[in-house]
Design a protein. Sequence first.
Length: 203
Amino acid sequence: MKLIGPWLSGFTRRVGITLKLLGISFEHLAFHAYEQKELIRPFSPMVKVPALVLDDGTILYDSGSIIEYLHEAVGLERALLAPSGAKRRDALQFVGIASAIYAKLGDIYDESLRPPEHQIATIVDSLRQQVLAGLQMIESRAGGGWLVGGSLSQADIMVVVTYQSSLVFMPDVVNATAFPRLAGLAARAMEIEAFSSTFPFKQ
């Protein structure tokens, strides 16, 4: 398998962490969607990352779809998401909130690329408030361990990826003091190679 996209892309990192946790070997082609479009285009004509090239040449897109495929490939016993019931519902809720937050962070980044005179402060303020609201939703439900059922799941993966990205994009308001439970969750995750080896930011 080949995974296309940089760890700086949280959705690519989510897939990479999943592959590593499931013990699936892959080649990582860390092409940047903004800076290396021509290298990505043969794998993803829309220049969308992540893209996962399967051993038979089939290419999958969208992190959620890729992860669904990986879970099916390894079977219910190894999947990082409960097949049904409250645990699946709760994990999907965390993933949904974290994914929405991450999308807002992407919008903040895109706005920062515009010339200063064309940036709209009210839009950035609204996006920041949405990020904080989402993080507070997760913080209020997090405990001292993994988020769902006492075991590592897709909920933890997406939440940790999103929280760590928020630390970079909004350091003035997102930190361990403001979100101690999320900070603890991230620290626990970073003890695992799948998380630490894909961490894209300087420590």
